[in-house]
Design a protein around this ligand. Structure first.
Ligand code: NAP
Length: 309
């Protein structure tokens, strides 16, 4: 019995090594290697080519190698009966919290503006804001959203949050569902998106949302590219509804060279690095889930097929 690692990038060997180091008794293979089909009981995947898991007809479960599992649900050829698990990891949460705090800090202290001016040898001071003067609205208060909220609050920001159903036990105000969305948005001077990509959230960062935010609000999208209507963001920036946006995720990654985001002065781009699964830290939960699957036990962090996350 064995695990197959299937990824769309050059990290397959790093993951195989981390899993082998965690459990030397468990065979771990990559695509194209010499294994018996019937041996592969778990596929550990990141953006695998859709349909490619049909190569493993004896799977007992699919383990996503990140927090988001949208790419697994987009593969219409996976068996309906298989449990799908995702990664929940303290580093994934703390890395995201550090990233969002850094971006929000850079926005309020205008670090991108000064970097640009430096390239022109331009000495041009501008006003700045203090953390305690600004409210950050966090869309999605899951594992990552809550960690982000905690770090922003500790730094002095005011925070509000938005969820689908849940009401986490936190000191800040939480709004729920579409009925309370407008009240949430009206408070959000910096909007941080940490929603999963599902049929209910696709395109949610759109012109209506941008119109509802306080004038000149800022956007940080660290969730998934298709949550954002790209054209609506450009419109909102050009109309002054929003003043700037930091985007870590895109419809197509890498972001195509001719995409207007690259040249827009108010759009700041990072290449999907806000928080990256750390193979060494994550390997124990993958091996534990694998052992549970082959024992017939229930693995950890199964996502809901009906909710899509
Ligand atoms: P999570 O624990 O599943 O939390 C998701 C949150 O979103 C929950 O609070 C949920 O509400 C809320 N939500 C879902 N659908 C909603 C809707 N229709 N309306 C309002 N709220 C909704 O997810 P997570 O682990 O925090 O991760 C969030 C996302 O971050 C992942 O799905 C992934 O796409 C992205 N991510 C990005 C990076 C990066 O490097 N850029 C790294 C890791 C993850 P309830 O509480 O009511 O369920």
């Amino acid at each position: 019995m064995a695990i197959a690692v299937v990824r769309n990038d050059n990290m397959t060997d790093v993951w195989k090594d981390a899993l082998r180091a965690q459990a030397p008794d468990v065979p771990v293979y990559g695509p194209g290697e010499d294994f018996r089909e019937s041996d592969i009981k778990m596929a550990a995947v990141w953006k695998h080519p859709p349909g490619s898991l049909k190569t493993y007809p004896y799977l007992l479960g699919i383990q996503g190698l990140g927090a988001g599992v949208d790419f697994i649900f987009e593969d219409t050829e996976i068996r309906e009966d298989l449990p799908i698990m995702r990664v929940v990891d303290p580093y994934l949460a703390s890395d995201m919290a550090e990233f969002v705090l850094a971006v929000a800090t850079g926005m309020l202290k205008r670090l991108q503006y000064y970097k640009y001016n430096e390239s022109l040898s331009l000495w041009k001071p501008k006003t700045y804001q203090r953390f305690k003067e600004v409210t950050v609205g966090i869309m999605g208060l899951g594992k990552l959203g809550l960690a982000v909220a905690q770090s922003l609050e500790s730094a002095g920001f005011s925070v509000v949050g938005w969820t689908r159903n849940s009401l986490p036990k936190v000191r800040f105000e939480v709004f729920r569902g579409s009925a309370e969305r407008t009240r949430f948005l009206k408070r959000s001077e910096i909007l941080v998106c940490l929603l999963p990509l599902t049929p209910g959230t696709r395109g949610i960062l759109n012109r209506d949302v941008f119109k509802t935010l306080p004038k000149g609000a800022r956007l940080i999208n660290v969730a998934r590219g298709p949550l954002l209507e790209d054209g609506d963001l450009l419109y909102a920036l050009d109309q002054g509804m929003l003043s700037e946006a930091c985007l870590d995720v895109f419809h197509t990654e890498p972001l195509p060279q001719d995409h207007p985001f690259w040249k827009h002065p108010a759009v700041h781009i990072t290449p999907h690095i806000a928080s990256v699964s750390d193979p060494k830290s994550v390997a124990p939960q993958i091996i534990s889930n694998y052992r549970k699957l082959i024992k017939g036990a229930v693995p950890e962090n199964i996502v809901s097929r009906s909710a899509g996350y």
